[in-house]
Design a binder for this molecule. Structure first.
Ligand SMILES: [Zn+2]
Length: 252
């Protein structure tokens, strides 16, 4: 299911700005500036993809554009990393390659196979967040798991902040069980549906063994200067070109 509103995006962006303000980073009014505290931190753009097809839907880009974006990233010295590498950089200070980028694909649409094939052809790792009702077959999901971690996006893709704590927990735990039952791999990362969550949802995630969770927000992640349960991602959308892609990746 695709987001039907950008409200979650605005919500998440406010949180990012609020967190930066709380950390003493001066915020410019008007045109966003790179936060001063982030200048010494490792910058990781986390890119959020959905459909890779010709549907023209809001969050769809074509296979040709995806391949051109991957080529652009490699030409410009970026190295795709896994969310485990990103987490370890936060948790233990593990070094990341120069110019790291995290490629994520949401919802488990059938075209996530196209996403995986494109990245595999270029030797890049992907990261996948799927729901229990994804149309992907178990063998499809195993194929994705061969490219990178397949992780949680909740069972039914609800607005988590609107659910009671018991349902929040069930949404996460049932999704973990579904994915692990197919891949045999642990599920320790989560992407919030619509970028939406609240304090009890974070607690439910922690209780389920989730180590970090991804939101939206449109800005890069800075290792050590980002809330691990609201790691911002940059949305890829219909109408993107290689120029707008480069601007998004380079935006603070
Ligand atoms: Zn989603």
């Amino acid at each position: 299911m695709l987001p039907t509103t950008l409200g979650g995006i605005r919500h998440s962006r406010r949180k990012v700005l609020g967190a930066l303000a709380a950390s003493g980073v001066a915020l410019a009014t008007g045109q966003p500036q790179q936060p001063a505290a982030a200048q010494s931190a490792t910058r990781v753009p986390v890119l959020c993809y959905h459909n890779i097809d010709y549907s023209g839907s809001t969050y769809a880009i074509t296979p040709e554009l995806l391949d051109a974006e991957c080529q652009w990233l490699q030409t410009n010295g970026y190295t795709a990393i896994s969310l485990y590498q990103l987490f370890n950089a936060f948790a233990t200070g593990d070094a990341l390659p120069a110019n790291p980028v995290l490629m994520t694909n949401d919802d488990g649409w059938t075209s996530s196979i196209t996403f995986a094939q494109t990245l595999i052809a270029r030797g890049m790792i992907g990261n996948y967040f799927i729901n229990n009702y994804s149309p992907l077959s178990p063998s499809d999901i195993l194929y994705l798991a061969g490219n990178g971690p397949v992780q949680a996006h909740t069972a039914n893709h609800q607005y988590m902040s609107q659910l009671d704590p018991a349902t929040q927990s069930a949404e996460i735990v049932n999704n973990q069980a579904y994915i692990t039952g197919i891949t045999g791999q642990p599920v320790q990362f989560l992407a919030w549906p619509f970028g939406d969550y609240n304090a009890s949802a974070v607690q439910a995630a922690r209780d389920a063994g989730i180590l970090a969770a991804f939101g939206l927000g449109g800005v890069a992640c800075y290792v050590g200067a980002t809330d691990l349960f609201d790691i911002p991602r940059i949305m890829m959308e219909v109408g993107d070109t290689l120029d707008t892609f480069a601007a998004k990746v380079n935006h603070w």
